[in-house]
Design a protein around this ligand. Structure first.
Ligand code: ARG
Length: 447
């Protein structure tokens, strides 16, 4: 499939797609884009060595001894400024990046991660094909498989490709002139950006956002995600028929696509990964948060609850029924999902297994305790190790900015045309792509 037309990406503030109306202004200079600039530093040797040691320690049956591999990698870095992970190193690195993700409660299954090595893909068309392939492999007819697709890393010679979208699948948010939103309110700014890049949505509540693929020396390009590659589940309540009229649905595969994976000192800016949903991500956050679908008042109304006082606990009662609807709907559709009780038990089994192996299991309590019934899940009642370990996933400020429909370049600095390089406005030692080292997988309290 050929790309849809995209407006040129530029950080000339007069033409920035995040802040201006559609324009047919001339082609942008790719060099204007700081997010596309390579991190020119060679990998940190300490990280390289630590990773390779860990790999050989945890997977000792390697054809090449550690000392030989270390010497070869050292030589390769001296010669090229970086090194290339072997396939087994890459697979191990991806799994460990997941295992180290303090905000993920699905880590019991880290060994089963399927790694798709897409490092050879360079064109937006190829990348698009692989991203759709990722969805097909992950969806698996509803028997969701944890999958990661790894595209080319940043190197001193060339930055890796990126995707602006925060997930491979997301519903657009359309703000009407009257101010109300059709679709996902969280996606309104990003939806505005892709419109400026040329997307023409139908304006419905479940429009799948197009993918914005950016490779070095080219403008970002838009690609549709064909509906047939998006498995969705209609949300119905098993005994409240009125639910059907709400026309609720959610997609089956949560695939985070804007986080940088860091393995042994090498950064992979495009490495989308997915697991399966835990019900509360949808039923207690996406459909419930006041700045998302905000459905509790609607559900309470449907259930005939007394909303005149907080002490009727109408919110809590509506919340439980909505979560019943999500879980039962996925089950009925044959789409894998987990509930927060089972997921919490599995997570503790993971922590115990890791501890028995003498490894810490870094965990962020505030993300692991589910947003519904926290205190009646076992994960609530203990403390965790909080150290940040690598390999890991990081959400950089510029990736977050793109996914939120903001320009990654602050507009209060001179435009790139006025300075030699946008990087020169960054603080010293602050890698343009490495400004935030905060690992994130989903939003707090399990979403
Ligand atoms: N919370 C995000 C969402 O609701 C997805 C984050 C990843 N979740 C997962 N189960 N792997 O879309």
């Amino acid at each position: 499939m050929s790309p849809m037309t995209g407006e040129p990406m530029t950080h000339d503030r007069a033409r920035c797609p995040a802040t201006t109306a559609p324009t047919t202004a001339g082609a942008a200079e790719a060099a204007d884009d700081p997010g596309a600039a390579p991190d020119r530093r060679p990998p940190d040797w300490g990280e390289v060595e630590e990773f390779l040691r860990q790999f050989h320690h945890e997977e000792p049956a390697q054809p090449v001894p550690l000392a030989t591999r270390l010497a070869r990698v050292r030589e390769e870095i001296d010669r090229t400024g970086t090194y290339r992970h072997t396939t087994p190193e890459l697979e191990f690195g991806c799994k460990i990046a997941w295992r180290n993700t303090a905000r993920c409660n699905g880590r019991l299954y880290w060994r089963s991660l399927k790694v798709l090595d897409r490092r050879a893909a360079t064109t937006p068309d190829e990348i698009h094909r692989h991203l759709l392939d990722h969805l097909r492999v992950a969806t698996n007819g509803g028997r969701i498989r944890p999958v990661i697709s790894v595209f080319a890393p940043d190197t001193p010679q060339r930055p890796g490709p990126r995707l602006w979208n925060s997930q491979l699948i997301r519903y657009a948010g359309h703000r009407s002139p009257g101010g109300e939103v059709v679709g996902d309110p969280a996606q309104v700014p990003f939806t505005d950006v892709v419109r400026r890049l040329g997307w023409q949505p139908s304006g419905g509540p479940h429009d799948i956002l197009p993918l914005v693929i950016e490779v070095p020396d080219d403008r970002p390009r838009l690609y549709e995600v064909p509906r047939e590659d998006v498995l969705e589940v209609p949300i119905r309540h098993p005994d409240v028929p009125g639910f059907d009229a709400l026309d609720l649905r959610w997609y089956a595969v949560p695939a985070i696509s804007h986080m940088r994976m860091s393995i042994g000192g090498v950064n992979y800016p495009l490495a989308p990964f997915n697991g399966w949903y835990m019900g509360t991500e949808i039923g207690a956050r996406n459909l419930v948060d006041a700045d998302r679908y905000n459905l509790l008042p609607v559900v309470a109304d449907l259930l005939g609850l007394d909303t005149s006082s907080e002490t009727t606990l109408w919110r809590d009662r509506a919340l439980v029924e909505l979560n019943v609807a999500v879980l039962r709907s996925f089950e009925r559709a044959g789409v894998k999902i987990t509930d927060h009780h089972t997921a919490s038990r599995h997570f503790l089994a993971h922590v115990e297994r890791e501890e028995a192996l003498g490894r810490p299991a870094p965990t962020d309590w505030s993300w692991i305790v589910p947003p519904l019934s926290g205190g009646i899940t076992p994960v609530f009642h203990r403390y965790y190790d909080e150290d940040e370990l690598k390999p890991n996933f990081f959400l950089d400020d510029d990736a977050r900015a793109r996914a939120e429909g903001r320009c990654p370049v602050p507009h209060d600095v001179p435009s790139p045309h006025e300075v030699a390089s946008p990087h020169e406005v960054a603080s010293p030692g602050d890698g343009a792509q490495l400004s935030s080292n905060e690992p994130v997988v989903s939003s707090p309290a399990g979403s």
